[in-house]
Design a protein around this ligand. Structure first.
Ligand SMILES: [Zn+2]
Length: 86
């Protein structure tokens, strides 16, 4: 019973959960723009984050690490540009 209780506590801490998967590189298939910067939705935690890149050809195919959750992702070469990310 004590072990189950501890596990429940850890699930509430997003940081711990994401540390377990931060080595996995996930693929992002949608990109958007916020002002002058390209933005994507982090596939690990769901936050919208800005990514470096002069244009969409530079963003596509690039790998980034989301500092906040530590998760790596790669923007798909065929990532679709959308006006707004959900
Ligand atoms: Zn993230």
């Amino acid at each position: 019973m004590e072990i189950d209780d501890m596990r429940d506590d850890e699930e509430d801490r997003d940081f711990n959960t994401f540390r377990l998967i931060d080595k996995e590189i996930k693929i992002v298939s949608l990109i958007s723009k916020d002002g002058d910067s390209y933005v994507v939705k982090c596939p690990h935690c769901g936050h919208i984050i800005g990514v470096e890149g002069e244009d969409s050809t530079e963003v596509r195919g690039s790998q980034y690490q989301h500092k906040r959750c530590g998760g790596w992702f790669q923007v798909n070469y065929t990532a679709r540009f959308v006006k707004e990310l959900e």
